[in-house]
Design a protein around this ligand. Structure first.
Ligand SMILES: Cc1cc2nc3c(=O)[nH]c(=O)nc-3n(C[C@H](O)[C@H](O)[C@H](O)COP(=O)(O)OP(=O)(O)OC[C@H]3O[C@@H](n4cnc5c(N)ncnc54)[C@H](O)[C@@H]3O)c2cc1C
Length: 412
């Protein structure tokens, strides 16, 4: 899989490296393989060397795992390294870091933050999670209550509760938003931090979900100490910084570019091909219609990817993510139906805390249940429709009575 392409943003820094073409990248890959033969060094050592050679995400700036090359050249590097059987990182395990933390750090981080965080993020040595949602703040994220109070001239002390935190149990770092000024309107009093998940004040408790496993957690923050050097962006500007994360999140969830007939539709099509006895003309029609819609979504994602080469993702990502959720639910439902009684069998309902989410390593029942979350995670489908209405179609905004009142005065 094309690991560098998992990370968004970075387009603005492209010019820095001048013209890097495919031939140069192939040459650099050969040099990397000669200096660090994959069989002779550990996977971690190889990945660190790949990052240092600028071959991690080629569109990132030089010195930060890239070469300022066009994003579209990443597949050249990935293909050469795959052909050499070189070790790779695992985007399913570190997707939050690659897809959300990295582009936010690149855009808003200080030079020290970029140098400190990006390399172990990309190699997978330091996984990340996202401490945004709270029991009373999901769709209305700006209403969040977790407080960060600064000691005079020093560290921030954070208290509060987060929920639905995917991979908090494996994360070394978290992107966190907290309220730093309750006296101003809710969007203005938020600041964005990097939180150390090993701080003694961080408590992670598993939340078992519909599928039986606990991908996500509730996270209690009690007196968590965050140095001011781990603030991302200006004090009170956290909402703007968070928008960069959320836009990238939607593209990371819904905008993955896959080969034709990959993803959810691949599983349903494989069942169709392997089990002719299950076929009916009606199911055939529905599968074909879903196949075409999946192809349209795939090509749309490709187009958004190409637009990303010249900037950061905008509200268009909402459309991709909406279509992805709808398709995944429709196709996984069709697969279960296609399988008849077999579709009702559920492989394994053991409570585990997985290190990654794998839609395709398990049975149709798992895909069907897990896809339910697709229309909630990364912004619900209703909220995405609101974003498309207001920011893409420019329809009148929903009335918002709480926009100008101080957060502390809002009714709860
Ligand atoms: C699998 C999964 C993984 C997740 N991982 C993370 C994570 O790692 N980190 C993290 O911070 N969060 C995570 N989340 C949380 C997710 O972002 C929230 O669940 C989501 O934003 C919705 O918030 P909520 O659950 O509080 O629902 P609510 O906001 O309470 O919404 C309830 C219902 O009301 C509807 N609704 C709310 N407001 C409006 C409106 N203005 N107009 C129309 N309808 C509206 C919603 O669409 C929804 O149907 C995850 C969620 C899932 C399912």
């Amino acid at each position: 899989m094309a690991k560098g392409r998992e990370a968004e943003d970075g387009g603005e820094d492209r010019a820095e490296g001048g013209a890097v073409d495919a031939a140069e990248l192939r040459g650099r890959v050969r040099e990397l393989l000669a200096a660090h033969p994959p069989g002779a060094v550990s996977p971690e050592e190889f990945l660190r060397a790949r990052f240092d050679a600028g071959l991690a995400w080629v569109h990132f700036p030089r010195g930060l795992g890239g070469l300022g090359a066009p994003r579209s050249l990443q597949p050249v590097v990935d293909a050469e390294l795959a052909a050499a059987d070189a070790p790779d990182n695992d985007p399913r395990r570190i997707g939050i870091g690659l897809g959300m933390a990295a582009p936010t750090i690149l855009r808003y981080g200080t030079e020290e933050q970029k140098q400190r965080f990006l390399r172990p993020l990309w190699t997978g040595e330091e996984p990340w999670c996202q401490l945004f949602s709270e029991p009373g703040a999901g769709s209305d994220l700006a209403g969040l209550r977790t407080r960060a109070v600064r000691e005079p001239g020093g560290d921030w002390i954070v208290d509060g509760q987060k929920v639905w935190t995917s991979s908090a149990h494996t994360a070394r770092w978290a992107i966190l938003i907290a309220r730093t000024d309750p006296d101003v309107p809710k969007h203005q009093g938020i600041t964005y931090f990097v939180c150390d998940m090993t701080d003694p004040g961080v408590e992670v408790r598993p939340l078992r979900q519909l599928t039986g496993e606990a991908e996500f957690n509730e996270v209690f923050l009690t007196g968590v100490r965050i140095p001011d050097a781990h603030r991302l962006g200006a004090i009170g500007d956290g909402w703007r910084v968070a928008q960069a994360t959320l836009m990238n999140e939607r593209v990371a969830i819904g905008g993955r570019v896959l080969p034709r007939e990959a993803g959810m539709v691949a599983a349903a099509a494989a069942t169709w091909r392997e089990r002719p006895e299950l076929r009916t003309p009606e199911l055939h029609d529905r599968l074909l219609s879903a196949w075409i819609d999946a192809e349209v979504a795939r090509l749309s994602a490709e187009r958004v990817r190409q637009q990303l080469a010249v900037g950061s993702p905008g509200p268009e990502g909402a459309g991709l993510k909406l279509a992805f959720a709808r398709l995944n639910q429709r196709i996984s439902g069709l697969e279960v139906e296609l399988l008849g009684e077999d579709g009702l069998r559920y492989g394994d309902w053991t409570m585990v805390r997985p290190r990654s989410v794998d839609f395709y390593g398990r049975d149709a029942g798992y895909r069907y249940l897990r896809a339910k979350g697709n229309s909630i995670e990364g912004g619900t489908s209703e909220i995405l429709r609101n974003i498309i209405a207001e920011r893409v179609l420019e329809l009148p905004a929903e009335p918002r009575t709480d926009k100008d009142a101080a957060w502390k005065d809002l009714p709860r």
